[in-house]
Structure formats: C-alpha cells, structure tokens
Design a binder for this molecule. Structure first.
Ligand code: EPU
Length: 354
C-alpha cells in the first residue's frame, strides 16, 4: 500500500470542492492500516497532527489543502453475520456505499434499513453522525462496530451504548478532551458496522411525507420495498443529487428549544414548523427558519442555498468552477446571523469542516 502525494480531493467530497491532500493512503484492509502505522512515513506524517479519516466525503466542507495525512477508507464486504427468530444481523465493510448496502440488504430479504435509503456516504461514516431520515435513526438499527485505535493499532468493538449516539452525534464527533471523556474524534478508524434488523419486520410510518404517499397511492400497508421506493422518490424530489449538484445534505441540525421559547416564536410566527419531543423540548425545522428569513436561492460566490430545501447548501459552480469551502462557510455564517437575529436561535452546522 502506497501513500500518494498531492491527491486531488474533488472526487472525494460530495460538495465537489477543489482541494488537495498532501498525503493520502487508501485503506482496503485492516492490515493496510497496520502496515502503514508501522512505517516511518506514519511517524513523520502524524508527528504534528492526527490523520484525517475520510469516508464517503458526503458530510464534509474542505476549506483548503489538507496537510494532515488522509486515510481514505475503502474496506469492502457485506455479509449476514447471524440470524435468530428475533433478528437478522448484517455487516458492512466501512468503505461500502451506504445506499448500495441498504439496497443489497433489502434484496437479500433482510429489511429494516429502507427509511434510510439514498442517504449519501459510506457504511463506516453512518454511525459517526448517526444518520437519520423518515422516522428512523441509525441507532435504532445498530448492533455494533469494529474500529482500529489510531494511537495503538488495537482493534476494538463498540456496542450502541459505547457509541454515545445522539441526534446527528456520536462519540466519534467528540475530541478526547471534551467534557464527554470518551471522545474518539481523530482517534479511531471504523472498519465494519453491524446492523440488527428485527423480525418480524414492521414498517416505520408516521412521517408526514410518507403519510402523504399512503394517501396518494391508497396503499395502507406498504411493504419494505414500497417504503424504500417512496423514500427514494421523496429524496429525489426535494434533495439535490450530489452527483449533479454538489452538496453535503442538511447543513444545519434542527434545533431544540424550550416550550416557552417555542410559544414565543409561535406568537410572532404562527406557521413555524415544530415537533414536540419525548423529553418535553420542542424541535424546530431549521429549513423552515432559514426559508422564513428569505434565504432560498441566495448565494455567496458559487455557494448557494438550494431553492427547494433551504437547509441544503449547494455548489453552483459544478466541477469546473466549484465553490470554495470559504464561500460555503461565509454563507453558513450569514444564515446563522440572520436566523439568530430574527428567532434568537443559533443554528449548529452538521458537516465536519476541515
Ligand atoms: N421546510 C420549509 N422550507 C424549507 C425546508 C423545509 O418550510 O426550505 C419545512 C418543510 O415544509 C417541513 C419541515 O420544514 O415542514 C421539515 O422539512 P423536511 O421534512 O424536509 O425535513 P428536515 O427537518 O429539513 C430532516 C433531516 C434530513 C432528513 C429529513 C427526513 C436534519 C438536519 N435533517 O430534514 O436529513 O432526510 O429530515 O427525515 O435532521 C441530512 O441529515 O443530511 C438530511 C438530509
């Protein structure tokens, strides 16, 4: 396995931002990583800063050339690990494409991931931000994962509790010095993820867009395949395909507020989209807040707010004249300021910024 120098990162981030990695190593097997960690190159590359683990690059804003060693995870593999009368346990190599994995598991007759169809990215990145859509979060289907400790080279396995999942959050997003003492950001490279798909399969419905599909089609008891097809159609209709228009999915998390704060906003903006949460807090639709501030279609350089979903920032310059990470972040900051000034809410960006 070779460390490549001056590697173009544009094909490896879904925004299509042009930047270079000073050094990049492709990890296809755990043994590649162990060999790399034993090399002199590793010692010199990691002397100043820990390496950067790159999955599908679909939740990433690159703001300049990357000087730290980039580990591009390309570990393949899909298999049924176990089957009981209560569940199937399926495993994906961290480098597998997420949507292909969802499609494969459904094709094999192991449903349960269909609400998460068409989310861009890799299997290995899916637990990092606890991907979620249409009423299902990754943590609802998670079994365990394997990872390599980038300091010691040791392989370890984590269960759901150890991953510290939250809304678009996990232990992999927290640096070790965080108040959460078990932060693993920059410390772990995920090699494989296992999913627990309960039997008998039960549909997860109740999300407004899926309810609409049920009414439109008159199908009251959809199969997993039907839900998969609906989710794919809904996403295609409202979210830009990164292969055509560069983007990193939702750019901000949906914020939660207290019932009092929500009542205050409703008094001024009765149409604010809000959902009561189990813990008594209220989740607001960040897309609605941004839309209400008039941001749809606005741009900074070649970074723009998507016309059909204000929560998504897009690259309007394509491959030829791509937006820069700086333009994306300037636009994001301007959005944060205007939403804060109108609603008193500071939106938190979702993607990783390097
Ligand atoms: N809305 C507007 N204007 C907009 C955008 C949204 O008024 O420009 C309103 C919608 O009409 C709707 C509400 O806001 O009433 C929520 O919109 P939507 O159903 O599209 O979902 P979302 O909250 O914006 C979240 C996830 C998505 C996920 C969808 C479906 C986050 C940050 N985003 O979006 O996840 O696909 O729900 O479950 O939680 C991602 O993380 O990258 C992502 C795409």
């Amino acid at each position: 396995m070779l460390v490549e120098n001056q590697v173009a990162l544009q094909p490896h981030n879904s925004f299509g931002i042009a930047a270079r990695a000073k050094r990049l190593a492709r990890i296809r097997h755990v043994s590649d990583l162990h060999a790399l960690m034993a090399s002199e190159e590793w010692a010199s590359a990691c002397a100043e800063a820990p390496p950067f683990v790159l999955g599908g690059g679909s939740n990433l804003v690159i703001t300049g050339d990357v000087k730290t060693l980039v580990l591009k995870v390309e570990i393949a593999g899909r298999r049924l690990v176990a089957e009981t009368d209560k569940a199937w346990v399926v495993e994906g190599g961290a480098g597998e494409n997420w949507h292909d994995f969802v499609t494969w598991s459904l094709d094999q007759g192991w449903p349960g991931l269909e609400n998460l169809a068409l989310i861009p990215g890799s299997v290995g990145a899916s637990p990092v931000q606890n991907i979620g859509a249409y009423g299902v979060e990754l943590q609802d289907r998670f079994h365990s994962l394997d990872a390599v400790d980038l300091l010691t080279g040791q392989l370890f396995t984590l269960d759901a509790a150890q991953c510290g999942f939250g809304y678009r959050d996990s232990v992999f997003k927290h640096v070790p010095s965080d108040a959460r003492s078990f932060g693993l950001a920059g410390r772990a490279l995920i090699t494989a993820v296992r999913f627990l798909l309960p039997k008998p399969w039960k549909p997860v419905l109740g999300y407004a867009d899926l309810d609409r599909k049920m009414v439109e089609t008159g199908i009251g008891e959809p199969s997993a395949r039907q839900i998969y097809d609906w989710v794919v159609a809904i996403r295609r209709a409202k979210l830009p395909d990164p292969a055509v228009i560069g983007n990193a999915g939702s750019f901000f998390k949906n914020p939660t507020v207290s019932p009092e704060q929500c009542a205050d906003i409703i008094a001024r903006d009765p149409k604010v989209v809000h959902y009561p949460m189990a813990d008594g807090s209220i989740k607001l639709a960040a897309g609605w807040l941004i839309d209400a501030c008039g941001w749809k279609g606005k741009s900074v350089g070649n970074a723009a707010v998507y016309e059909k979903q204000a929560l998504v920032l897009v690259n309007r310059g394509g491959r030829e004249q791509p937006c820069t990470g700086g333009e994306v972040m300037t636009l994001a900051k301007a959005i944060q300021t205007s939403v804060y000034e109108r609603f008193g809410i500071l939106l938190e960006p979702e993607p990783v910024v390097i």
